[in-house]
Design a protein around this ligand. Structure first.
Ligand code: ADP
Length: 497
């Protein structure tokens, strides 16, 4: 399994790291594509990364046609489920074999600490592939009782060609959540990674071939969202579109689907998650955990704790604990094995976050922690974990999801006020609730309008539990056996006897 690494290990790994750049079409790694290459820099230090050849609409047509041909051939869709499962489990093993290279690629491309990428992302995608691999031969169809004159079957069939458009913040975890249930059901998948994290997803595609996923079954196409993401969204021969990303693009994809073949779109979008701390809560634990959940992954996490809503009786203690956590998560070189907080995705993103904080301060907010641009590695995109209070309604930070390390605090005087404030959002992805009162835990977790509620914890869960949102956070949860349903169609068969 995964072993602990030192900063020297990461430095040695960095000296020999080669980033994957070639598109994967019909089993060919480095398949020719005809778009202008994606020019990229590492947010760790601003250094140039190898350009990635980008696909065009014509390349999308080729990849979708190949995926359809593979699907029709039965080379994957026609296997016994157990065989598909075994292949996914083999892919999990290869990912663990190459854990260091993959983790460092993530760190170089999007800035998170290499050790975090190693311990969390590698483990997450390997666990996901194993979980669905093991599920493969445990899925049942139904035979309703219809009397002596017929046999009735309700079966699930793979939808066909699934397009998956994935984000850069958890490039392997989110990709695993899409491709594992889609592949285990027997679909072919055309995968379009976020531009920033193309290399790690291309590396995953190479390992998929090595694991024995047949040519054409997992196509990986790097390229621009508005070009090939759009082309996949509009493609008449794509049956299902799975997406994690911004609300803006989620809605565009629903529009593309409506304007083309009416394909299913499963959008997993943003969040503005509230953490409600009641007067009887373990204040130190609540503050420290919510702080961690606000700043983990540089706050670039759709389920991050963005809004701390705390009862006045414990506010001082909870805020003090959160501020301590912010201090412990100071930005550091992502290659440092002890780093708990790395670089943001880009200088432009950093500047947007800084602007939102400055706007809130100008409108009367108070900075309790952070609030500054820093440079632990010269040329990199770093911003301190930041906590603000008295953030007025009508500011960007109060009203919208700012995708970075900023936590706002509001002090309240009653549970009712806390829940009303928590639910006062267009988003409905996640929430946390802190109390020692069992009855309040049940009652108020029901009252919180979110797809996931964590009580006295944050970011806990297993693959058995769905993860998804409501309202502007999207719909169609990832994870769990439910996710397989998203990539299958029901068939009713009536056999007269
Ligand atoms: P973020 O703002 O966090 O980068 P996006 O929603 O822009 O999130 O990106 C998520 C994914 O959507 C990426 O793979 C990106 O390339 C893709 N994407 C961006 N614009 C479009 C578009 N117009 N159509 C389809 N996909 C897109």
């Amino acid at each position: 399994m995964l072993s602990p690494l030192s900063s020297a290990d990461w430095a040695a790994e960095a000296r020999t790291l080669v980033l994957s750049t070639g598109a994967i079409i019909d089993g060919v790694v480095g398949a020719p594509v005809s778009g202008a290459p994606l020019e990229r820099v590492s947010p760790r230090d601003g250094s140039a990364l190898p350009a990635v050849p980008a696909a065009t609409e014509a390349d999308v047509d080729t990849a979708v046609a190949g995926a359809r041909a593979a699907f029709r051939s039965g080379v994957w869709s026609g296997l016994a489920p157990r065989e598909r499962g075994t292949t996914l489990i083999r892919l999990a093993e290869l990912i663990e074999r190459d854990a260091r290279r993959l983790a460092l690629t993530i760190s170089v491309e999007m800035g998170k600490p290499a050790q975090d990428a190693h311990d969390v992302e590698i483990r997450a995608i390997a666990t996901t592939l194993r979980w669905y691999g093991e599920l493969a031969d445990k899925l049942d169809d139904q035979a309703p009782q219809v009397g002596p004159d017929a046999v009735a079957l309700v079966t699930r069939e793979p939808a066909g060609v699934v397009a998956a458009i994935t984000p850069w913040n958890f490039p392997l975890t989110m990709t695993g959540w899409k491709i594992a249930p889609a592949l285990v059901a027997g679909n072919s998948v055309v995968l379009k990674p976020a531009e920033a994290t193309s290399s790690v997803v291309l590396a995953l595609g190479e390992l998929a071939l090595e694991a024995g996923i047949p040519a054409g079954v997992l196509q990986v196409l790097p390229g621009q969202g508005q070009v090939i993401g759009q082309a996949l969204g509009r493609h008449a021969d794509v049956d299902v579109l799975a997406f994690t990303g911004s609300g803006r693009v989620g809605r565009l994809l629903q529009g593309y689907a409506a304007e083309s073949n009416g394909k299913r779109v499963w959008p997993e979008l943003g969040g503005h998650s509230a953490s409600v701390v009641l007067a009887d809560a373990d204040a130190d634990k609540a503050g420290a955990t919510v702080g961690w959940a606000a700043f983990y992954n540089q706050g670039e996490m759709c389920s991050a704790a963005r809004r701390l809503i705390v009862h006045r009786d414990v506010a001082e203690q909870v805020i003090a604990a959160a501020v301590r956590t912010a201090g412990e998560m100071a930005p550091a070189d992502p290659f440092d094995a002890g780093s708990r907080f790395g670089a943001l995705i880009s200088i432009a993103a950093r500047d947007q976050i800084a602007a939102a904080v400055d706007e809130a301060v100008a409108a009367g907010a108070t900075v309790l922690a952070g609030g500054r641009t820093v440079e632990p590695v010269a040329g990199g995109a770093y911003y301190e974990p930041t906590i603000l209070t008295n953030v007025p309604a009508g500011t960007t930070l109060f009203d919208t999801e700012v995708f970075g390390p900023v936590l706002t605090v509001t002090v309240v005087d009653s549970d009712e006020e806390a829940i009303a404030l928590a639910n006062n959002s267009v988003y409905g992805l996640a929430a946390s609730l802190w109390t020692r009162d069992l009855s309040a835990a049940h009652r108020l977790s029901r009252a919180l309008d979110a797809g996931t509620v964590w009580v006295n914890c944050y970011e806990e869960g297993t693959l058995s539990m769905p993860f998804g949102g409501r309202r502007d956070s999207g719909f169609g949860a990832d994870k769990s056996a439910h996710a397989v349903e998203k990539y299958t169609d029901l068939k009713s068969t009536w056999i007269a006897l």
